[in-house]
Structure formats: structure tokens, C-alpha cells
Write a protein that binds this ligand. Structure first.
Ligand code: XMP
Length: 521
């Protein structure tokens, strides 16, 4: 009897999504406004599954997507995201040709293959090579030797890269081509790491395998230490996100481009997406600040008609009618978020936008009806926010959380002994000048006259490789699922129960009344 009464009391206070959000209709709530109630659990965090089906042909092994922003996702980030089981959306603030090659780099990435190894020429002196090693702080001293046409001529072994040979030419010191081990790229097959692993076992003492094309041009290099590291990582719980041909998945942003008459430039949009598909892109994102608009809807329709099976991400919206509109136009995945981003000023500048949890609830109900997925886009600052977002959405998009990592584009800057990376809103003046103005409903040339920027330029503290950032985020998501007794993301969505948090409760949630020595990250 007592147990039943307690259970009912739990239910009165900790409400499921329907009851909770309906009871809080008059206020816009975001991540820190709510907390999730724990439930009886037999699930250990490490046993939880994080795979998510975003569209029929797009499944990820972790529900995290890197934002299509010019200070977040180019090929390096997209490769790292896919290797960790997620997805990167290559931004479109660059010439189309460059975006295509960024996509190619991801799709043709062979894990463990160093695609652009440091090479030397037969005419170099050993002294030049030693200088380069010193200048650029290389931690290795064996280099492939190639001709001007990139044909493999041999290998300069570390044994001869010594000051005593400084005046000798590389041509005199190299191990000649016929004595150098190599493999043609197509012989690497579907599992290049397993192939290379076998090679190193069979060739005692050889630590480097050169990869060439049919005409003996150097395509890359595989090292034994990389193969050993990757083999170790393969035992990790979350596998890389791959397409049906075992290539890493990759998405790309496209824009609702207009022609000189202000009409949608259908031809250009179709050419662009056609070319992306030729490179093997897995999904495209029509990313704008206002997705519930004719230009975005028409772009999605044009793409849906031309490419019936292509997973299309579109946005951003924060209303049920916005989700319905984009779903009816043909989008499979809808981005939810207007103004929550760490570099966004849309709410301040335009006075619009809805706090994320309320927006996600409203949109999730329409998404379920329309059988589309939603992504919580912007405002994620900690793993707990992701757990909360995943109670309503099929995945999250992160910008700021990833912008400080080694794989984001841009140089590091040092300020007062600390390292930072640039991070800017795609609606900042600088980004719009570089090409993203259409995303905010302006012409690129508009940025020379007065337009209202909707984003800022900022810095993020450098935070090391993205693997490390994702490991922390994933650990947090798995903890949250363990507390709710949810073994997978659909159980998380079913089981979540919410309660609002008072300002004192928010203070209580963060470390307090101590002198913090080390952050938990
Ligand atoms: P976070 O919080 O992860 O947000 O840094 C990334 C998301 O913010 C959006 N975005 C912008 N929104 N003005 C805005 O109002 C901007 O300049 C801007 N740039 C990016 C975008 O949805 C991204 O994924």
C-alpha cells in the first residue's frame, strides 16, 4: 500500500513529457530549467546503446553531429566524427569545388593511411632534411623519396639521416625503389588495417608500408604504430559510422541559392547536390536561420523531386507547423533551434527564438506524427544537456563543444599562456562576408551596407583531440541512461520524467561552496 502511494507521489511530482510540458505551457524552458528524475535501473552505463536512425539510409552509432560552421566542420572534423560513430556536416562557406574535395577526403579516408606524408626529393641534401626535421619538429626521420611527378623512387631511412652525411644527396643515400615495400591502394581492400596488420606480421622489422597507385605514384603511408593503435581502438564500444560500401559517412551543407532575379536558382542547387552525391555524400543539410520559409521549403522540394532517396536535413525551426511544413516538403531530419547557440545573438537582435526544451517538445510531437527525426541544434554546453535533449530528439548538433578541438579548422592563438581557437557564428559579419549571408536571408553584398549580424566572433579554449571531447560526452550520456534504466535511446525517450528546477536548485547542481582545483572535464 505504502509502495503504491509513494509511486503515485513520484508520478505527481516527476511527470512524463506530455504532462510536464503541457503543465508548463506558459513558459519557455531550456536545459538548465529542468532536471530528469532517476528510475529503478538494471542497466549499467557501459552497456547502453547509443545508435540512432536519422533516416532510412542514415544510421549513426552515437547521436552527435558536428555543426556545418566554418570554424567547426571541414574534412578533419568530419573524419573524426565518423570514426567515433557520429556525423560531420561540412560547411558551405567555401567555393563549391573546395567543398567537394572536403567531402571526397572524408569518403576516401582510409583509416591509418597518412594521405599526405612528408616526402623528400632526390636532389635534396641530407643536411636540408635534417634542418626540416629540426624546424618542424618531426618525431620521425624516415621519408619516402619521390620525383617531381610524385613517382616513388625509394625510401630515405632514418639510419642515414645523420649530420655526418649532411653534404650527401638523398639520391646517393636512399634505399632504392626495388627494395622498398609497397602495396597498391586497391589491394588494401575493404579492411586496409587488417591487410596492413598482416603485412607487418609477415615482414619482420618493417615498420612502414608505402601505398601507391597503378603507375607507382605515392598515395600515402601506413605505419605499424598507427595500425597497432587502431587495432586497439577497434575494441571500443562505438564503431565508426560507415555507409554500405564501408566508407565513413559525411554530410554537407547546401544553401537556398537565388539567381540574379531573386528566384531560387534550381539549376545551381541541383548541380551542387548532384556533384556532392557523385563524391558519395550521405546527406545534405539545407541550413538557414529560418527554415519555415518559402525559400527553404522550395529548395527541399526541388531536392526531394530530383533525389528521392537522399536524406535531407533542413531547418531551423522551433514550431510544430515548421516541422510539418519541412516534412511535407520532403525533409527527413529537421533541425530544431533558433537562437540557443553559444555564439548566437538572434534572440537579442531579432527578438525571436524559443528556449530549447520547450521547442524540442513541441517539435518532437509533430515529428512523431510526420515520421521524421529531429536534431537539437545549439545551446549544448555539457553532457547533461545532451541527455535532456535526447529525451525528445534523435540526435544533437554541437558547435561550441567541438570548436576548440584539434580537428576544427583554424589556427590556435596563444593569449596569456593559454591556447585558443577561433569560433564564430555563421551570422556574424565576418562569416557572412565569407559567404554565409544567404543562411540569414541577406545577400553577400549586403554585408557592406548595414545589416544586423546575428552572431558573434569568439574564442574557445583549446581542448585537445575530438576523440577526447566525444569520450567525455558519451560517458555522460551513458551515465544519464543508466540513471533512467534506459538501455537505448528509444527507452530514454519513453522513460524520461521531468521536473522544473528553481534558481537555488540550479546553483545546487553545479559545484559550490568549495575551492575548485580541477574541473570534471
Ligand atoms: P553551439 O551552442 O553548439 O551552437 O555553439 C551551434 C549552432 O548555432 C547556430 N548558429 C547560429 N545561430 N547566429 C545564430 O543565431 C549565428 O551566427 C549562428 N551560427 C551558428 C547553428 O544552428 C549551429 O549549429
Amino acid at each position: 500500500m505504502a509502495a503504491t502511494r509513494n509511486f503515485n507521489l513520484d508520478d505527481t511530482f516527476y511527470q512524463n513529457a506530455e504532462s510536464f510540458f503541457m503543465a508548463n505551457q506558459k513558459v519557455g524552458l531550456t536545459y538548465d530549467d529542468i532536471t530528469l528524475a532517476t528510475l529503478y535501473s538494471e542497466i549499467l552505463p557501459r552497456d547502453t546503446q547509443l545508435d540512432t536512425q536519422l533516416a532510412d539510409t542514415l544510421q549513426l552509432n552515437i547521436p552527435v553531429v558536428s555543426a556545418d560552421m566554418d570554424t567547426v566542420t571541414e574534412s578533419r572534423m568530419a573524419i573524426a566524427m565518423a570514426l567515433n560513430g557520429g556525423l560531420g556536416l561540412i560547411h558551405y562557406n567555401m567555393p563549391e569545388k573546395q567543398q567537394l574535395s572536403e567531402v571526397s577526403r572524408v569518403k576516401y579516408h582510409v583509416q591509418g593511411l597518412i594521405q599526405d606524408p612528408i616526402k623528400v626529393s632526390p636532389d635534396d641534401l641530407i643536411g636540408d632534411v635534417l634542418e626540416r626535421i629540426e624546424e618542424r619538429k618531426f618525431g620521425f626521420s624516415t621519408f619516402p623519396v619521390v620525383s617531381k611527378e610524385n613517382k616513388l623512387l625509394g625510401l630515405l631511412s632514418g639510419h642515414v639521416v645523420k649530420p655526418r652525411y649532411a653534404s650527401k644527396k638523398v639520391a646517393e643515400a636512399l634505399t632504392p625503389r626495388d627494395q622498398v615495400h609497397s602495396i597498391r591502394k586497391k589491394e588494401l581492400g575493404k579492411d586496409p588495417i587488417a591487410r596492413a596488420d598482416k603485412f607487418f606480421t609477415e615482414h619482420l622489422g618493417i615498420h612502414k608500408l608505402l601505398v601507391v597507385d597503378d603507375n607507382d605514384h605515392l598515395l600515402g603511408l601506413i605505419t605499424m604504430s598507427d595500425v597497432e593503435r587502431i587495432t586497439q581502438e577497434r575494441k571500443a564500444q562505438f564503431k565508426p559510422a560507415r555507409d554500405a560500401q564501408f566508407r565513413l559517412v559525411c554530410g554537407a551543407a547546401v544553401s537556398a541559392t537565388r539567381n540574379a532575379f531573386g528566384e531560387l536558382d534550381r539549376e545551381r542547387i541541383l548541380d551542387h547536390v548532384g556533384a556532392l552525391l557523385e563524391r558519395g555524400v550521405d546527406c545534405v543539410a539545407v541550413s538557414t536561420a529560418h527554415g519555415h520559409s518559402k525559400g527553404v521549403g522550395d529548395t527541399v522540394k526541388v531536392l526531394r523531386d530530383a533525389f528521392p532517396k537522399l536524406p535531407i536535413i533542413a531547418g531551423n525551426v522551433t514550431s510544430g507547423s515548421g516541422v510539418e511544413y519541412l516534412a511535407d516538403c520532403g525533409a527527413n531530419i529537421i533541425k530544431i533551434g533558433q537562437g540557443p547557440g553559444s555564439i548566437c545573438t538572434t534572440r537579442i537582435v531579432a527578438g525571436v527564438g524559443i528556449p530549447q526544451m520547450t521547442a524540442l517538445y513541441i517539435c518532437s510531437r509533430m515529428a512523431a506524427k510526420k515520421k521524421v527525426s529531429i536534431l537539437a541544434d545549439g545551446g549544448i554546453t555539457k553532457s547533461g544537456d545532451i541527455v535532456k535533449a535526447l529525451t525528445l530528439a534523435q540526435g544533437v548538433i554541437c558547435g561550441g563543444m567541438l570548436a576548440g578541438s584539434a580537428e576544427s579548422p583554424g589556427d590556435m592563438v596563444e593569449i596569456a599562456g593559454k591556447m585558443y581557437k577561433q569560433y564564430r557564428g555563421m551570422g556574424s559579419l565576418a562569416a557572412m562576408k565569407a559567404g554565409s549571408a544567404a543562411r540569414y536571408g541577406h545577400e553577400k553584398s549586403d554585408t557592406t551596407r548595414k545589416v544586423a549580424a546575428e552572431g558573434i566572433e569568439a574564442l574557445k579554449e583549446s581542448c585537445g583531440p575530438v576523440d577526447r571531447v566525444l569520450a567525455t560526452l558519451i560517458g555522460g550520456i551513458q551515465s544519464g541512461m543508466g540513471y533512467l534504466g534506459a538501455k537505448n535511446l528509444s527507452e530514454l525517450r519513453e522513460k524520461a520524467r521531468y521536473i522544473r528546477v528553481s534558481p537555488a536548485g540550479q546553483r545546487e547542481a553545479a559545484p559550490h561552496d568549495v575551492v575548485e582545483l580541477k574541473t570534471g572535464h
